[in-house]
Design a protein around this ligand. Structure first.
Ligand SMILES: Nc1nc2c(c(=O)[nH]1)N[C@H]1C(S)=C(S)[C@@H](COP(=O)(O)OP(=O)(O)OC[C@H]3O[C@@H](n4cnc5c(=O)[nH]c(N)nc54)[C@H](O)[C@@H]3O)O[C@H]1N2
Ligand SMILES: Nc1nc2c(c(=O)[nH]1)N[C@H]1C(S)=C(S)[C@@H](COP(=O)(O)OP(=O)(O)OC[C@H]3O[C@@H](n4cnc5c(=O)[nH]c(N)nc54)[C@H](O)[C@@H]3O)O[C@H]1N2
Ligand SMILES: [Mo]
Length: 787
């Protein structure tokens, strides 16, 4: 039941006993209390395994218990005693399983056997590894490589990802759709335009020295909870923390550190954000430009009055390009317009600017609230412009800090999962393995989906993830998947993508990160790269879920032997027998980044990959850090607040990891036992004639030629700016048009889907509604035709 709160209960802190209780409950539910607790203590420590949940870095001196509530849920989910074996598949047809929830599919337990789809019975049956791989290999060999796609999800290790791209390129394609195409691809594309590298510049050491932190469009309490330890410490030191978020996320308001006896006893917790700006979704471009305007105005005044300059003039002169044009542009911005687009007051924005100017060293973090918009890249450029003004890049305690999602999503890209590889990389790869890689660019996730829609995909292979649940426009795309000749999913748990299958289909069971990976009598270590570009080893310790599970490197190497063994002399068996040999090859291909790779993987906290911008070397066409802006783009979503539709943010609950739903609760937002809810502003509710608990449906208000509608959502009054609303992903993914995406990177604009919300009376069939109902009357909406 949703409590229907109008605002986050601010007195109540996040973390604390709620978090500790949740850990024990989730371990208990997976029947692994003892084993789970033991595993948790070796997580994120040298010699132990890396948390399979988020990409927050490990400190070099870890706590006794260096894990968080959501890391514990991820471990419990993987280490569960429950199993989904051949007997399960014998009992259920695929058609029947389609009616199961995402939670129930995965909660049934770990996959134990390689399984092959049988169309006559509409069931999956067990198959020997050798038979499965031989059949997949034979089928692939008959196909045009351009019509085959190799997907990667970010839990994949560097070693597996490196072999995956090697196999794909040897096969003949650069079609590497990746989960980050739906995530931080905006960062990977837009950041280099500003600073010449697609990764953040800061490390944990910078966090210790920073004296103001901005957190924009990111919800660390749920999605990178170990970051809360750092935020908590900063708040206690009196470092201002400034949040920009349409929702008052509870952990950003107040948090109890489970390691602090006093906070645990009093339950009061620590105030985290010193200022919390609840802007409109998509208002970040103007919010950042507004702050820049105030900073530049303060500098203009200082110059006039002969006071010390506010801007870092030396940095601007030596290191940047385009400052004068940008300064002139923001000087001319009108406050009314800034207020209109942000839903913040001039006062609030000037206050944020004050905090920025008073701080010597500023870090700005961002997440999906920035990247998942049509103009996400433009918003990111404004964040960088703000940092440049006072030289907050490339020095201690300061810098841009994108917080990545999956635990190794950044690493997968580093080792070659890339649809547009550079010539330098390809020639190194070719040299190291003695073949010629394809030069033609391949597909990212959006392009792969478009190719599926056009009927131009003959095989789709996924190294982890839940592609057909995570993508936009899932209903339209799922309709076309049965025409694909072959679908193969390497996975730990059953998910919806395995049910939306091609004519021939396989599910191959992989070892998880927590599990002991024995090859040739030796326990193997894999490596991952965190959000701060630190690379470190991870060694599983738990007994494998089944004797038939195989490690991802083993699966890829054996698939390669069945598919492309004759195309180059590659020691696939040798690399599988000892992952040091895979790392030697990674070092050979990337000598500057992975120098002495095998010697350095055990270093506590990991070793740092080189980062040019952190040295103030700008690998941009101008050779400088670039001030970038587009005077015509005022909103991340090309929107005007006066449009009658609402902007829907698709969100994560506290009890999910992407499409993995641990439970139907969202403790911090006061929702329990259900996910089909929409968080709405009370004034919007009143205008639409809705009240707490009303049942509604959403219709997408853009690309109106195609009807996209989802039903069965219950209204929850919530403290969210007028014109914005929120609902959970992936339940809303059918609403999101594939074409509604960031222009530079193709990242789906999942944080502002224009929607019309309509009440559905009990018993009324959803389809009886007019094609595109208008929700808020009277104001003309260019996106919807008149009805
Ligand atoms: N437990 C758990 N951990 C996870 C994940 C998970 O699902 N569960 N997912 C992992 C992955 S892959 C990723 S990418 C990360 C995601 O982590 P986050 O980046 O935190 O992603 P979200 O929760 O989708 O959205 C972030 C925030 O953006 C805000 N927001 C929405 N629209 C706007 C806007 O226009 N402007 C601003 N300023 N804010 C906005 C939302 O209110 C929300 O608080 O977490 C990773 N870690
Ligand atoms: N509307 C909307 N859509 C979104 C988002 C959003 O905010 N809103 N977020 C987007 C983002 S940021 C991301 S990153 C994507 C996520 O997209 P994906 O990465 O494709 O999806 P996940 O849900 O993380 O994948 C879960 C599955 O991974 C498998 N798995 C787990 N561990 C392992 C392992 O160790 N090995 C293997 N082989 N398989 C494993 C399990 O079978 C599990 O079912 O979704 C995107 N989609
Ligand atoms: Mo992500």
């Amino acid at each position: 039941m949703a409590e229907g709160r109008k605002s986050a209960p601010e007195q109540q802190s996040a973390g604390g006993w709620g978090a500790l209780n949740a850990v024990e409950r989730h371990l208990g539910k997976q029947q692994i209390l003892l084993k789970g607790n033991r595993a948790l203590l070796s997580m994120n420590k040298p010699g132990g395994f890396d948390c399979p949940s988020c990409a927050w870095p490990d400190p070099d001196k870890p706590h006794f218990a260096e894990y968080c509530e959501n890391g514990a849920k991820a471990v419990a989910w993987e280490a569960t005693k429950k199993r989904t074996g051949p007997d399960f598949f014998a009992e259920h047809t695929v058609e029947e399983l389609k009616s199961w929830t995402d939670h129930d599919l995965e909660d049934h337990g770990r996959l134990t056997h390689p399984m092959r789809y049988d169309a006559a019975a509409d069931k999956y049956y067990p198959v020997e590894w050798e038979t499965a791989l031989a059949d997949i290999g034979e089928r692939l060999r008959k196909l045009d490589p351009k019509r085959v796609n190799f997907y990667t999800s970010g839990r994949t290790s560097n070693e597996a990802a490196f072999l995956w791209q090697l196999h794909g390129r040897l096969f003949g394609t650069n079609n590497f759709p990746d989960c980050s195409d739906m995530c931080h691809m905006t960062t990977t594309v837009a950041l280099p335009q500003s600073i010449g590298i697609g990764k953040g510049t800061v490390t944990l050491e910078d966090w210790e020295h920073c004296d103001a932190l901005f957190i924009i469009g990111q919800n660390p309490g749920t999605n990178s909870p170990r970051m809360m330890t750092n935020l908590h410490g900063m708040a206690k030191r009196g470092v201002p923390i400034v949040a920009f978020n349409p929702l008052k996320e509870r952990a950003l308001v107040r948090f109890s550190d489970p390691q602090s006896p006093v906070e645990m006893l009093t339950g009061k917790g620590q105030k985290i954000s010193s200022s919390y700006f609840q802007l409109r979704t998509g208002g970040d471009i103007m919010a950042m430009q507004g702050i820049c305007k105030a900073v530049i105005a303060a500098d203009d005044a200082a110059q006039e009055q002969g006071r010390p300059r506010v801007l870092d003039v030396a940095f601007l002169a030596e290191h940047t390009h385009g400052f004068e044009e940008f300064a002139e542009f923001v000087r001319n911005l009108v406050w009314d317009e800034i207020e209109h687009y942000t839903a913040l007051s001039r006062n609030e924005i000037e206050h944020a600017a004050d905090i920025y100017m008073k701080a010597e060293r500023v870090i700005v973090c961002w997440g999906m609230g920035i990247t998942q918009h049509k103009h996400g890249g433009d918003a990111m450029h404004q964040i960088l412009n703000l940092l440049f003004l006072r030289g907050n890049v490339g020095r201690l305690g300061a810098g841009p800090c994108p917080i990545r999602g999956h635990s190794n999503v950044q690493g997968d890209r580093t080792v070659g999962i890339n649809k547009t590889p550079t010539e330098a990389f390809l020639s190194k790869l070719d040299q190291a393995f003695g073949f010629r890689s394809p030069r033609e660019h391949g597909h990212d996730t959006a392009e792969c989906c478009e190719a599926i829609l056009r009927g131009e995909v003959d095989a789709f292979l996924a190294m982890g993830g839940n592609f057909f649940r995570a993508i936009p426009d899932i209903e339209r795309i799922a309709e076309k998947v049965p025409q694909i000749g072959l679908t193969v999913h390497v996975a730990t748990k059953l998910n919806r993508s395995h049910l939306i299958h091609g004519k021939n289909a396989y599910i191959l069971p992989a070892l998880g990160r927590t599990e002991l990976d024995m090859q040739n009598g030796q326990a193997q270590t894999i490596t991952v790269e965190d959000s701060f570009s630190m690379v470190h080893g991870s060694t599983g310790m738990l007994a494998p879920a089944s004797e038939h599970c195989r490690s991802e490197p083993w699966i890829i190497a054996n698939l390669a032997k069945a598919t492309v063994a004759d195309r180059a002399v590659i020691d696939w068996d040798g690399m599988t027998a000892d992952y040091d040999r895979i790392r030697d090859k990674i070092e050979e291909v990337f000598p500057d980044q992975f120098t002495d790779f095998n010697q350095r993987i055990g270093k506590p906290g990991g070793f740092k990959l080189p980062n040019s911008a952190s040295e103030r070397v700008w690998n941009t066409p101008t050779g400088k850090a670039n001030f970038l802006f587009n005077p015509d783009i005022k909103d991340q979503n090309d929107d005007n607040p006066e449009h009658p539709h609402l902007q829907l943010m698709t969100l994560r609950s506290h009890d999910q990891f992407n499409t993995t739903i641990y439970s139907n609760n969202d403790r911090y937002r006061g929702v329990s036992g259900e996910r089909m809810v929409v968080f709405m502003n009370e004034q919007d509710m009143a205008e639409l004639g809705l009240s707490e608990g009303s049942m509604v449906e959403f219709t997408c208000a853009t690309d109106v030629g195609t009807l996209r509608r989802v039903s069965g959502f219950k209204v929850v009054a919530y403290d969210v700016p007028k014109g914005c609303c929120g609902a959970y992903y992936p339940e809303t993914n059918a609403l999101l048009p594939l074409s509604h995406r960031d222009e530079g990177s193709n990242t789906p604009a999942a944080k502002s889907v224009p929607v019309i919300i309509t009440r559905v009376e009990p018993g009324e069939p959803a389809s009886s509604k007019p094609e595109v109902p208008v929700s808020r009357p009277a104001i003309p909406n260019p996106l919807t035709p008149a009805v």
